[in-house]
Design a protein around this ligand. Sequence first.
Ligand code: ADP
Length: 437
Amino acid sequence: MSSGSRETYQTNELHVLTEVAKTLTAHQPLPELLTAVMARIVEVLEPAAFGVVLLWDPSEGVFRPQAMCGPDFPNLEALRQLSLQEGESVTGKVYAQGEAVILGHAGAIVTAMDNIRPANREVWSQALGSDRPLSSLVAVPLWASGYKFGVLILGTLFSQQAFSAKDMPFVQTLADLIALAIERARLESEALSVQEAERADQLRAEALATLSHELRTPLGTIKGYCTALLLGEISWSREKQHEFLQLIESECENLETMIRNVLDSALIDVGRLTLEYQPVRLERLAHEVVDEMQVLTNIHHIVLDFPADFPLVDADPARLKQVFRNIINNAIKYSPEGGLVVIHGQVRPPDVVISIADQGVGISPEDLIPLFEKYFRVKSPTGYHIPGTGLGLPVARAIIEAHGGHIWAESKVGAGSTLYFSLPRQGLSVTMEPDHA
Ligand code: ADP
């Protein structure tokens, strides 16, 4: 090489490296980044007629093309069907040996591809066409920080442009740049998963702290009234004793609902919420829950409104009772001034729809969006604390959806809320014996 042509060659190398480095610093997802860089290489590196980056997929144990470019080959995209095993063809061998190779003429390429499986050979000939044999190939393993990612392959079409040993250091530099970009993407995705795991841990710890606090609140009240009743030096009137016992009962009820929601929520998380279907009379279930709840409040009036011919549904009565408990309990809790709570049943074929309406504090449109999310609680504008875990509605939603139904809410701040849920009737035969007949 004369000193003039050596200089031109080096200037060209510098130009290619600058262009490739510029492309690699762009912030975009790895597949797009590699596609852009391959396009740049084939565009600016004169002898290369096509290039492909094949990455090792450890989950499937194969190499797959991740990015490719070769404007002279109209079917190059066919390479996407390539799936090379360990040690197979040029890619497999170069990756296994960890060393770059130059195949400087067509015969060397044929020999290096001797063990390629027929389906992959077919893909190659479809992609490159049989009328334009490659004059040379260079294949370089992609390594960074001790990780091997795959192989970069560049090919030429004309023998006068074939790759030779003098091209090797430069192609190696290109491969190192590409490997660094892949390593950067790997580290970014690792950092992201660590961040996500930390965030999930933090949320779990916060939720646990709130939960323990909320569970301790009714316990404190129960203990306080028990201590008062047991005080030897005070003799409480029968009415006072009755009042204390009622408060204890109400707090026990709260505690039971919360613990049941915590346990159900854990079952839902691990996908173990099971349903035991049977024919159910929803108005009867609602009635039972209303009886439980009405004794806990004398400022709320809870009424049922079901048509006489309300149909049976196929459902799990214990789980649906929990849904009624959670929603009616909320209707009472979030109506601190008292008022009417109306439970209405209607048939909207092919479903039945139940609504529970209260005259309480209501929910703003922004808070209606995350209402059914785990641990979501509306921040009280008055600062007045109403005990709760933020699990009642998510548990209700999981139970209703497991039945194939839907749950939703309508509300206006200061004007009360209505919670709705629908359940499919699932074509029950009317002759089936209901559990709560
Ligand atoms: P919690 O144990 O906090 O009551 P839920 O999941 O049952 O948990 O409800 C989530 C939040 O939704 C509650 O903290 C409350 O802010 C709001 N909410 C639920 N039902 C009503 C209602 N009927 N009226 C007003 N706000 C409600």
